[in-house]
Design a protein around this ligand. Sequence first.
Ligand SMILES: Nc1nc2c(ncn2[C@@H]2O[C@H](COP(=O)(O)OP(=O)(O)OP(=O)(O)O)[C@@H](O)[C@H]2O)c(=O)[nH]1
Ligand SMILES: [Mg+2]
Length: 405
Amino acid sequence: MTLVIGIVGKPSSGKTTFLNASCLTSAKVSELPFTTIDPNKGVAYIKSNCVCKALNVKDNPRNSICIDGFRFIPINLLDVAGLVPDAHKGKGLGNKFLNDLIKADVLLHIVDISGSLDKSGNIIAMGKNDPYEDILFLENEINLWFKDIIEREDWSKFTKGILTEKRKVVDALYDRISGMKINKKQIILSLKNSNLDSKNPSAWSDQDILTFSKTLREISKPILIIANKIDKESSEDNFEELKKKYNGPIIPCSALAEHFLRQFHERKIINYIPGTTDFKINEQQKIEKNELDMLKKIKEKILLPYNGTGIQKALNYASFDITNHICVYPVSDINAYSDNRGNVLPDVFLVEKGTLLRDFVRDKIHSELAENFMFGIDAKTKKRLGENYELKHKDIIKITTAKKK
Ligand SMILES: Nc1nc2c(ncn2[C@@H]2O[C@H](COP(=O)(O)OP(=O)(O)OP(=O)(O)O)[C@@H](O)[C@H]2O)c(=O)[nH]1
Ligand SMILES: [Mg+2]
């Protein structure tokens, strides 16, 4: 299953701009709140140092792209409508549209760090809004959305059913929220962390349901804070203030700057590799003076002080640090590192840390192969790997199967 990153935030914080910049899409953007109603989808790329560099081979990627020794691996991005305080009571567009994010593995909260939008996305004086309050209200709305899904209209009927049918609480909850990309391990951990593992759901109070929903949300759909519009006046001070109040990771970002850089790159005016702090101007192309000035400003005000525009950092942080994914390269030929058509390092897959070789073969390679699966070979060391081998980041693996009878 491909990694899905959901984009949330209040109206006009820059969610669609973030998607467009990441995916080179052209979904509608405007300074009016609630520009997005139906969700926008795109394919973005996670960037990882490709193994081709260390092996000193020329690769022919198929499911991904390699630029200057950086492997760009596709993931799905999903941008939804803006969320406002009390959305769960129907304010703004409500929170039902969040159901589009049910398949997300992690959420990026796009915050307007310039503080120049009220809670509904209307323009106000710069610095008037406290971004920390946006973090609090949005998390609350997302948690209540989870509670709505878990509780639904028939909670008491559901909990009575667990008792009469003598079902395991974990199994019953798992079935109830199937389709939300939540596994049993996450449910068990949430019950434990909410101190509800020995209390039957029929005895849960409203607060218990909320505590469980919040804990499960944090575990299954963690939120990474993106301080967007860092290019604006007053953003820098607000960013420093926010770091004092919020003790989780915050990625400073200018979706607009990334959008311009990608556009200039597409027009061949510059050569820009996402996630870097510089670009090369193409001397052969004609460039307007105002465009040149803008590029200079982007470099001095964003790329250098913030170590990039933040877009690639946000996508990578969400994939590698928050949801703990690693890169695995399957091959057929352990000497040439190629598939059976001679493509060198053709594919790379993102898998969760802790994935065993058998699960990798079943989920990523072919479920039929898993039945015949015998062992793997580490292409770098040529060592045999058993089905319970735990995959490591940048493993290059050949899967050996039994011959069909
Ligand atoms: N200065 C600056 N402006 C930005 C940035 N990102 C987005 N904007 C502007 O913010 C406004 C809103 O952007 P959108 O991407 O439409 O915001 P949204 O969050 O998708 O808004 P809704 O769909 O209405 O919820 C537009 O005028 C964008 O040009 C940024 O990094 N810097
Ligand atoms: Mg939008």
